[in-house]
Write a protein that binds this ligand. Sequence first.
Ligand code: NAP
Length: 338
Amino acid sequence: MAGTVFVSGGSGYIAGFLIRQLVEAGWTVHTTVRNLAREAEVRASIGTDNSKLRFFAADLMSDAGWAEAMAGCSHVAHVASPLPSNAPKSDDELIVPARDGALRALKAAKAAGVKRFVMTSSMAAIAYGHPRSQTVFTEADWTDVTSPDAYAYVKSKTIAERAARDWVAAEGGDMEYVSVNPSLVLGPLQSGDFSTSLVAIQKLLEGSMPGLPNLGFGVVDVRDVADMHVRCLDLPDLAGERFICSGPFLMMADIAAILREGLGEQARKVPRRRLPDWLMRIVGRFDPVVRQVLGELGKVRDTDISHARQRLGWNPRPVEESVLDTARDMIRLGIVKV
Ligand code: NAP
């Protein structure tokens, strides 16, 4: 199936890959940026058939522009949400745009007669605030936002997905809602403007991390995240579905080993030393970004992705490819000097 689809946040990492795949599959895409002054730069970075791509201005924090951007669209992929690299001053800096932006997009979609609304949620809405003994997660799990483990971004994604589902249940009518819940997204870069999710690879390659913290992430490739969104827009009978979008769980030491194995001499600055948890706790007293993740030390969050495999026919690629493609593009684009 192909028609006209709306994708919010065309300047983003995931949205760029998604827009390319949608245009290749025959869709016409309406996308948003906060300021149309960025249109030419974003078009160049996406690098697809420009005649199939229209830009509109819209901000998650304002009603302006959403109705115009969605006019004529039968499908929506709501991808935009703040993903900062620093810790915000208050949780609301992330929660308000994530939640209110999703509700704005939903209301505009319903008014435009959209049939299917796919929202980019996150593993952050699934796997936080659970006991350490739980190491495997499914779509039935929800993050407990009252837990001390739930930092601002985690809260923002959980609250936004809950608010979206509640709104659809109460007011969505015939519009179908589906969420895609990715883990840490890695993979090739379309430009030097990259998502916060890639910063760990940058720091490992440039040797700016003094050692390897006892931290891990489920990892998924941006091409596979985009592919899951396309399937969720396309396939029939998905109303209310939720799909974990993740490959395997890797500790930082595993990622470092993949970089060394695949890059040889170019990975010479990647640290080998493990950072003890007590040292991370001391650093966390001064560094708010480290403080946010102290509850994560030593935690394992594997995922059961059988639902996406069976229902969508989705299969993620080998994780080594995603880690090494990130690294190679960071070197190629001069983002890191190795
Ligand atoms: P990204 O490159 O930082 O993209 C975020 C997008 O959201 C950008 O287009 C950004 O626009 C837009 N945005 C932020 N605040 C906005 C606002 N107030 N109004 C309008 N647009 C706003 O990050 P990404 O990795 O592609 O993430 C896209 C989505 O995937 C987000 O919903 C994120 O939570 C989710 N996700 C990401 C990961 C990951 O590891 N990357 C994992 C799970 C889920 P500007 O360019 O103007 O800032």
